[in-house]
Every structure is written in C-alpha cells, then in structure tokens.
Design a protein around this ligand. Sequence first.
Ligand code: SF4
Length: 188
Amino acid sequence: MTELAALKEAVEACRRCHLRDGARNVVFGEGNPHARVMLIGEGPGRQEDLQGRPFVGAAGQLLDKIIAACGWQRSEVYIANIVKCRPPNNRVPTIQEAQTCMAWLDQQIRLIAPELIIALGSTAARHLINPNFRITRSRGHWFEYKGIPVMPTFHPAALLRDPSKKRPVWEDFKQVIAFLEQDEACSR
Ligand code: SF4
C-alpha cells in the first residue's frame, strides 16, 4: 500500500471534528499522486458528499472544463479541499474545523509534492495564504504555502453565479500554465 493510500484509509476513519457526524462520506481527494498541480477548494457539497469525490457537482463540471481548456486531463492533476467532510447546508467551515482537517491536507500535500497549488475561492486562500485574504482584491498573484507557490483564483461556484468572473479566472490559469512551461524549460 502506498503512503497516500494509507493516509486515505486513516482519513476515512477520522472523527476529529463534528463535520463527520452530518456527512455521508469523507471526501479524501483524487487525482495523480505525483501531480504537478494541486487544486484545493473549500469542502464537499451535496453531490460530493453523496459520491465521495471532490468537485463532481455543477461547480465541478465547470472546473472540468477549465482543466480541459488548460490542456490537462482531470486525472493528471490532484483535487482536494480544505475540509474533507461536508459542512451542514454547505456553510463555510469554521476556523477550528479547517485547522483540524488541514493536518490531513498537509500530509497529502507533502506526499503529492506538487509544483504549485491553485487555491479555489476565498476559504482556500484564507487558510493557505492569509486569514484576511480578499479574493477579489488579491487573486491572480503568486503566494506561497509551506514553500509551494500558490495561485489564488475564484471558486468555480462563484463563476456559476457571476459569469463575468470567467475571464479573470482564465487569466489566472494562464499564469499557471506559463509557470509550468517555464519550470519545464528550466529543468531541461
Ligand atoms: S472534516 Fe476532516 S477533521 Fe473533520 S472529521 Fe472529516 S476528515 Fe476528520
């Protein structure tokens, strides 16, 4: 069993916070265990909770389109969330819930060792970058989480509510593509 598979097993048995009480499934995350890009959202919604997979509802379908537009396969990136159990009624996870669950996320990031992280939405950006992070003001700039470059952008659910956010999100993803290309050129 790989370390990541062992971690998944441990997380699936987790009861460290009350979110597990109302959740049907623990949504560990999925994708390439050696992904160059890790996308991190807020937490599972209804569909994700039912299926036990991240980003499979309407926002997930939009994320799939963004991933395809970047020229990637969903299976080559890694997708996870700040919390792995669905908060009741999709409320924002509390600071305590997020910090408790991020102990798992930190292990996941360490094992996957991505070249960069894309923080999807303000909750992810606040926990990965700065508690006062304002997504509208500061998205599209590079930050770091434990030495890994982080690009914060709008959550796909925000794009569903406001399609005018699609253009800035695409600009942010173009920066990610350029970063990866430059990184590849440097390692040749
Ligand atoms: S949300 Fe995270 S910390 Fe809380 S029970 Fe689920 S896996 Fe454990």
